[in-house]
Design a binder for this molecule. Structure first.
Ligand code: PMP
Length: 361
């Protein structure tokens, strides 16, 4: 089969060496004669896998002592509820910054549990920027401040860390976790779904400062209670074992890429190449996001003539470039260029875009 470059927003491309290793080990994991999917999560073999996965995640991100790491289920959307359920800690109000579709989703869910105060919003600018901190109006009685640090649909990313004083900063990092180093110490809680930079869907992660534990709402389901899951190494119930194993293979792959510093350089290079192609297309392609806030992971762009969209997508598919259709909220195209997308994939996309523009411009 001809090589396919997968630009899907998520579930997204997984590094090929990871898939090959999973394939090689599928029927016989570590000489056990069975698949890693088939064994007890409480047995010695899988417990060792789970411990190593957490250790590698901690090392990659430099997660300090004093933070718990949880691997849960329920998707990113489920986490929109688990955050207020766990982090309100008896308070009645939380601050939310609205930078696009996924912030809005978090705001909607949080509204079921507390009074949501919109501390800042870029809605009036059609979510094409991150509101600078000077525009934020934080409430002193907020239990936490919630941000979505990479808006997967609008293609807007924070390249700075907000200062929220003593109020814990919470970030949905679903679509850019592990794409570059971050200072975990600046956050009370970081969470997200796995299906972009970590592995298969069905797995989520939570990194939470220990002093924020212990105050979950009494009606929080036990399996989504961070404190209970932390006390049970995320094994209060049966975890998604295969997804955890695959995440572990991805973490090893990332280490081989030079860790987060190494992958960041690769990501900068890929994003620069694609944005340059858009900006130098003479208006044939446009991306509306403020340059300083343009996501390195999700690059939405529109063609100057919507009537060309289906021809663009059909030609892309033929050239082995898959998953480029944009989200209906913004239209046009979106190229998701997560860690697993090689530079060659972005080069192939840019070549195709230039050629398409030359033929149709
Ligand atoms: N947050 C962000 C930033 C996302 O991109 C997504 C999904 N693309 C979600 C939350 C929701 O995740 P899920 O579909 O796993 O519920």
């Amino acid at each position: 089969m001809a090589r396919i470059f997968n630009f899907s927003a998520g579930p997204a491309a997984i590094p090929e060496p990871v898939l090959k290793q999973a394939q090689a080990e599928l029927l016989d994991f570590n000489g056990t004669g069975m698949s890693v999917m088939e064994m007890s999560h409480r047995g010695k073999v899988f417990m060792a896998v789970a411990e190593e996965v957490e250790r590698d995640f901690r090392t990659l991100l430099g997660i300090p002592a004093g933070y718990k790491v949880l691997f849960l289920q329920g998707g990113g959307k489920g986490e929109f509820s688990f955050i207020p359920l766990n982090l309100l800690r008896g308070k009645t109000c939380a601050d939310y910054v609205n930078t696009g579709h996924w912030s809005a989703g978090a705001i909607k869910e949080a509204g079921k549990y507390c009074q949501v105060h919109i501390a800042a919003s870029s809605e009036s600018q059609k979510f094409t920027r991150v509101p600078p901190q000077a525009e934020w109006r934080l409430s002193p009685d907020a239990a936490y401040v919630h941000t979505c640090t990479n808006e997967t649909i609008h293609g807007v990313e924070y390249f700075w860390t907000p200062n929220t004083g003593d109020v814990p900063l919470v970030a949905d990092m679903s679509s850019h976790i592990l794409s570059r180093p971050i200072d975990v110490n600046r956050y009370g809680c970081i969470y997200g779904g796995a299906q972009k930079n970590i592995g298969p869907s069905g797995l989520t992660f939570v990194i939470v400062r220990e002093d924020l534990l212990g105050g979950a709402h009494p009606l929080t389901p036990s399996v989504f209670d961070f404190t209970q899951q932390a006390a049970n190494d995320s094994m209060l119930n049966t975890p998604p074992t295969f997804a955890i194993y695959l995440a572990g293979l991805t973490f090893k792959w990332l280490q081989a890429q030079g860790g987060l510093a190494g992958i960041e350089l690769a990501n900068i290079r890929k994003a620069a190449l694609l944005y340059r192609c858009i900006d130098e297309s003479g208006g044939f392609y446009t991306n509306p996001v403020a340059r300083a806030d343009r996501s390195r992971m999700n690059v939405p762009f529109v063609l100057n003539d919507d009537a060309l969209n289906s021809a663009f997508l059909a030609g892309a598919e033929e050239a082995g470039l898959a998953g480029l259709k944009g989200h209906k909220a913004v239209g046009g195209m979106r190229a998701s260029i997560y860690n697993a997308m090689p530079l060659a994939g972005v080069e192939a996309l840019v070549d195709y875009m230039k050629d398409f523009a030359a033929r149709n411009g």
